[in-house]
Write a protein that binds this ligand. Sequence first.
Ligand code: AMP
Length: 209
Amino acid sequence: MRLILLGPVGSGKGTQAGLISARFGLPHISTGEIFRTNIKNNTELGKQAKQYIDNGELVPEELTNNLVANRLAETDCKNGFILDGYPRNIAQAKFLETITDIDLALMIDLSEEKIIARLSSRRMCSKCSQPTSLDWMVDGKCEKCGGEVYTRDDDKPEVIKNRLQKQAVSQELIQFFKDKGVFEKIDATDEVEDTYALVKEVLDKVNND
Ligand code: AMP
């Protein structure tokens, strides 16, 4: 299954992608996570992307599109993948169209009020790279693997505001996938497991079609 997860920042896309990846054995490709790893390792890509990410801006198309094209060409993507955080606009969607078909673009939706509450309590695990939350952590560590956690620089309140404004999923992008007949949306207001049950219902339907 070739899956795109759409949704506002902080809607829980990353968490749902991790669950889908474990259940369906598909690689979870998060462009944001790839950029963060590159920044941590001080690579050329990391150096070029850092200033945009720190300001809550989108990284330029060319860097992002190349990164995705190279990643999707790897052998683990042969039977499908989960794209998390890409495409973020029509230009990226049109580029993606030139390299692969898509079975489903699933929007994980959430109100702005809930997003701000979630992002301010979000932490990232430095060991398993999965998102966690102040509410889930055990003894100040990642509840999944016991790793040390950190707060993403772009989860600071002033950057969150910029990301919400500049990185909202546009109606145009939604319409692009609706026109292709691959768009579905679920509401992520409830707990992670409840949201995952909704996600799984949609995925099972697409898998059986
Ligand atoms: P995320 O982890 O998806 O919230 O992404 C973190 C940051 O990485 C974003 O705020 C952008 O600066 C950058 N980024 C991630 N995905 C993309 C993309 N598809 N296009 C451009 N920039 C991106």
